[in-house]
Design a protein around this ligand. Structure first.
Ligand SMILES: [Zn+2]
Length: 384
């Protein structure tokens, strides 16, 4: 049985970009409460770890000192000149008090997860507050201030020294641009992002042709999907294109961003997956992740995210989740008097035309990955 850790602190609630901002802290708080109510923390193989904030040296593994100072300015009572240069003061990334501390805490939580797995205190560690994959070296973006997942990877590389291999798998509906960018020229970090095509969705990047550069050529994998892609097509494409590469790469550590904005109810995206499809993908990754650092990510329907991440954590802990949301938490999910299933009770019905459109789109992406990426991993283009 795997030893599994949940990295959590109620202070995750401090990552609050404002009352009308879609990245609501309750996504993470409710996740913890639901995991606890489902009694998933009671098993002897499960531990809860309290993170502390990352220090500036660690933030500098990914971010420039100028940018770190810019994020810190409001905490020090300084007025930031030209905030837009740093992606701050926008609708997505408003300047809020304490954003430095809240961002550094999220990074600290992913480092805590990395440490637990690196030091073999846990086989799997999950930071539901993490997964801020859009933050760039010198620019906040897409609700993300500091890139906790990229920093955790850089930290593992530094700790382990030469020869270690890290696979990053990002199943958020948005392209994992910040992480890809950070390791674009490296072959010891495989970055994989499966997302709604950038033609239709922020941050517009993540085309199949972004395959890495120099030494890293063939080690950035992008699988864009069409709007309205559902479980069946998503899973088919993931198994066809991503799994062979993941197996061939054979990472020492797997870092995942488990955003669940792929869900059909998500208000910000157009994919049409259910918790069943989501969990099938999580299980596929988990099977190939002996040492697994998992982070949360996007997902903006607060009746979906905690259920999906609770199911994911149950899987990590090797536990059978209950069929229904326990009564003590049900009020947050309930639409009528009936018990609330933990998994989606149903899903969208795709008509044949949409199924054909999404399938053709996925087939084209998969084919291109086979042509562009497979040869770098000793895989034949026509490998099944
Ligand atoms: Zn997202």
């Amino acid at each position: 049985m795997s030893r599994t850790a949940l990295v959590y602190t109620p202070k995750f609630g401090d990552y609050d970009l404002g009352a009308s901002h879609p990245l609501r802290p309750s996504r993470v708080i409710r996740t913890y409460e639901l995991i606890r109510a489902c009694e998933l923390l009671d098993a002897p193989s499960v531990a809860v770890e309290q993170p502390s904030a990352a220090d500036e040296e660690t933030l500098a593994l990914m971010h420039s000192r100028d940018y770190i100072a810019a994020v810190r300015a409001p905490s020090e009572g300084r007025i930031l000149q030209r905030p837009f240069d740093y992606g701050l003061g926008t609708i997505d990334n408003p300047i809020v008090e304490g954003m430095y501390e809240a961002g550094a805490l999220v990074v600290g939580a992913s480092l805590c997860a990395a440490d637990l797995v690196y030091e073999e205190k846990a086989d799997i560690a999950f930071n539901p507050g993490g997964g801020l994959h859009h933050a760039h070296r010198e620019r906040a973006s897409g609700f993300c201030v500091f890139n906790d997942v990229a920093i955790a990877i850089a930290y593992l590389l530094e700790k382990c020294g030469d020869g270690v291999k890290v696979a990053y798998v990002d199943i958020d509906a948005h392209h994992g641009d910040g992480v890809q960018e950070a390791f674009y020229g490296r072959r010891d970090v495989l970055t994989v992002s499966v997302h709604e095509s950038g033609r239709y969705l922020f941050p517009t990047t993540g085309g199949v042709e972004e395959t890495g550069e120099g030494e890293g050529e063939g080690f950035s994998v992008n699988l864009p999907l069409s709007p309205y892609t559902g479980d069946e097509v998503y899973l088919w494409a993931f198994r066809e294109a991503v799994i062979p590469i993941l197996e061939a790469f054979s990472a020492d550590f797997v870092v995942t961003q488990l955003g669940v904005d792929t869900h059909f109810q998500d208000p910000l995206t157009h994919l049409c997956c259910t918790t069943r499809g989501y969990m099938a993908v999580v299980a596929e990754i988990g099977e190939r992740a002996e040492r697994w650092i998992a982070a949360g990510g996007g997902g903006y329907d607060v009746t979906v995210v905690p259920r999906a991440w609770t199911l994911a954590f149950a899987h990590m802990a090797g536990a059978e989740p209950p069929e229904h949301v326990p009564e003590s938490e049900a009020e947050h999910y309930r639409r009528d008097d009936k018990p609330v299933p933990l998994h989606d009770a149903g899903g969208p019905k795709a008509d044949d035309d949409w199924l054909r459109v999404t399938r053709e789109f996925a087939e084209a992406s998969v084919e291109e990955i086979k042509q562009r990426i497979f040869p770098y991993h000793g895989l034949a283009e026509d490998d099944d």
